[in-house]
Design a protein around this ligand. Structure first.
Ligand code: PEP
Ligand code: MN
Length: 327
């Protein structure tokens, strides 16, 4: 780690920082670099100590050097689930944004399966911006999702809102952490001990590093079956709901052997963009896609504008498989 001091700092102002560093056994060489004093440290202390160093008013910034890789970077790898090797076989997860009363969920799962999807998704507890918007059917939806998964032969994926629901999710195969919950650390810790694979979505305002640290919470609890999912980030651009960060897909691919997925639906926000974003994600190295589908999108109580039909889904899966083949 390199500590860069502010350019206007005088020698006497350095004393408290020097004694803080030596008090913690941090060995460093003091050098002058482009007019600034820098301390080149022989080790990188933990984040809590770095935070304290940043708190010294004479410190301009810290530059990490040769960071020790996280467990999820060094140990993360593809894994098999229900006959699918996640991280190797292209895997599309499809299904409606949310379970609704007026919906034949079994039929939706069967249609997703015939279109080539390998897993079925549907929401039970919906994280909505407005408390007055449809919040999902809650626990009763979980039974219907599990039943639809069984009838179609597809493993199920559903977003878990907090660790207190773990028991209710016992019949759901893969637990999803939603973008709004990516840094819900108590949930991440509980998922580290839950024994089920986790699909971890990137927060719309989170960096790739923060996503990796969130993943590390799950890993450090002993659960190494994590799927990372880029789902669009908030930028100044308003042409789409979020901006699909294709560079993040390539960067995650380079940093970890874990399966990397993309959710083009929440990135796009409108159905006509979903196909192009899906193919771009796979071309950038995504191992799978999570896509919202519906056979009556106009009746959907959440995210109706981005739901695609099953014919479009089949077309995306055909083309995405061809791209994957080339790679
Ligand atoms: C979802 O997948 O239904 C969802 C709410 O997505 P996100 O957490 O990415 O907004
Ligand atoms: Mn949705």
């Amino acid at each position: 780690m390199i500590i860069v001091l502010r350019s206007d700092v005088s020698g006497t102002e350095e004393a408290p920082l020097v004694s803080f560093l030596s008090g913690r056994g941090i060995v460093f060489s003091r050098m002058l670099m482009e007019g600034c004093v820098v301390y080149v440290c022989t080790s990188c202390p933990g984040e809590d100590v770095c935070q304290m160093i940043r708190g010294f008013s004479i410190v301009e910034k810290l530059i990490p050097v040769d960071r020790k890789p996280l467990l999820c970077e060094s140990e993360g790898s593809s894994f098999e689930y229900a006959g699918i090797v996640l991280g190797r076989d292209l895997c599309v997860i499809a299904g409606p944004c949310a379970v609704q009363e007026d919906q034949d969920l079994d039929a939706l799962a069967l249609k997703a399966a015939s279109a080539g999807a390998r897993m079925f998704r549907a929401g039970a507890f919906k994280p909505r911006t407005s408390p007055y918007a449809f919040q999902g059917l809650g626990r009763q939806a979980l039974e219907r999702i599990a039943a639809a998964g069984k009838r179609s032969g597809l493993p199920t994926v559903c977003e878990i809102p907090s660790e207190s629901y773990l028991d209710s999710f016992r019949d759901i195969d893969i637990l999803q952490v939603g973008a709004h919950n990516m840094q819900n650390f108590e949930l991440l810790k509980a998922l580290g001990r839950c024994g089920k694979p986790v699909l971890l979505k990137r927060g719309a305002g989170s960096t790739v590093d923060e996503l990796m640290y969130a993943c590390e919470y799950i890993f450090s609890g002993g659960n190494e079956r994590v799927i990372l999912c880029e789902r669009g980030i908030r930028t100044f651009e308003t042409v789409s709901r979020n901006t699909l960060d294709v560079s993040a897909i390539a960067a995650l691919r380079a940093r970890t052997g874990l399966p990397v997925f993309a959710d083009p639906s929440h990135a796009a926000g409108e159905r006509r963009l979903v196909s192009a974003l899906s193919l771009a994600a796979v071309a950038a190295g995504a191992d799978g896609l999570m896509i919202e589908t519906s056979d009556r999108a106009e009746k959907a109580l959440s995210d109706s504008a981005q739901a695609i039909d099953h014919e479009t889904l089949a077309g995306i899966i055909r083309k995405a498989s061809a791209i994957r083949e080339i790679l």
